[in-house]
Write a protein that binds this ligand. Structure first.
Ligand code: KIV
Length: 270
């Protein structure tokens, strides 16, 4: 079906998919062309990720990405599609206080055309999540390996292996939901923890390196088409089986929907 004939994906639709047990396919995109191709292949959430710091700007991490960068790339994605839900990352230090978060999130929605913003972190963000959601800005949480914390974590490391760390992530997920968050990304946590959170919470949970039991999966586009400088265990190159970019995107969506991706090897259990 042509991209623009698909019904727009809303938060209500994502919740319906969760309750129907249908997996949600999400991918990062940073421009209009890939956003259009993803819409045509049935991707439900396009994440304008601050991973663009690495895959577009060549940095080692996401920390130098600015609000202007994120607004610009969100706008490009919004021009390419009317179908998927557009989720944009709030970059490092753009939401350090609730007031700053509100002003910057308003830009991301108003200028960037995003439908929802993603913030990394747990308990310290609760006032911010309340402030945004009470003013009509939908919020996605991001827990586990939160890449903006790379210097605190001492690298991009699996989180939540120890029981107290797992408990903190579980509690944070529920506190974010209570504060008004309506979607959650769980990155690089053990699959048992991801399963426990996903089955105990009503908002959809999208995993990356978090095992097969989340409500959906997200990957970085450049990993899916095998052009990243990095080779991540949690990713798969779908272009190898696909033969074209369109076929690779279709294969990714199909593998997520049918539960063929991720396999145990893509998780964070070992
Ligand atoms: O920036 C990004 O692409 C992300 C995903 C890795 C979840 O946050």
């Amino acid at each position: 079906m042509a991209a623009l004939m698909r019904l727009p994906v809303t938060l209500q639709r994502l919740r319906a998919l969760k309750f129907a047990g249908e997996k949600i396919a999400a991918l990062t995109a940073y421009d209009a062309t890939f956003a259009r191709l993803m819409s045509e292949q049935g991707v439900e959430i396009i994440l304008v990720g601050d991973s663009l710091g690495m895959v577009l700007q060549g940095a080692q991490n996401t920390l130098a990405v600015t609000m202007d960068d994120m607004v610009y790339h969100s706008r490009l994605v919004a021009k390419g599609t009317a179908g998927p839900l557009i989720l944009s990352d709030m970059p490092f230090m753009s939401y350090a206080t609730p007031e700053q978060a509100l002003a910057n999130a308003a830009r991301m929605i108003g200028e960037g055309g995003a439908h929802m913003v993603k913030l990394e972190g747990g308990s310290w963000l609760l006032d911010t999540v309340r402030k945004l959601t009470e003013r009509g800005i939908p919020v996605c949480g991001h827990l586990g390996l939160t890449p903006q914390w790379v210097n605190k974590f001492g690298g991009h490391r699996v989180q939540g292996r120890e029981p107290d760390a797992a408990e903190r992530i579980y509690t944070d997920a529920h506190a974010l939901a209570e504060a008004g968050a309506e979607l959650l990304v769980l990155e690089c946590v053990p699959s048992a923890l991801a399963r426990r959170i996903t089955t105990s919470i009503s908002m959809p949970v999208i995993g990356i390196g978090a095992g097969p039991d989340c409500d959906g999966q997200v990957l970085v586009l450049h990993d899916v088409i095998g052009v990243s400088a990095r080779k991540l265990r949690m990713a798969r190159n779908f272009l190898q089986q696909g033969g074209s970019i369109q076929a690779a995107l279709a294969a990714y969506v199909d593998a997520v929907k049918t539960g063929k991706f991720p396999e145990a090897a893509h998780g964070s259990d070992q």
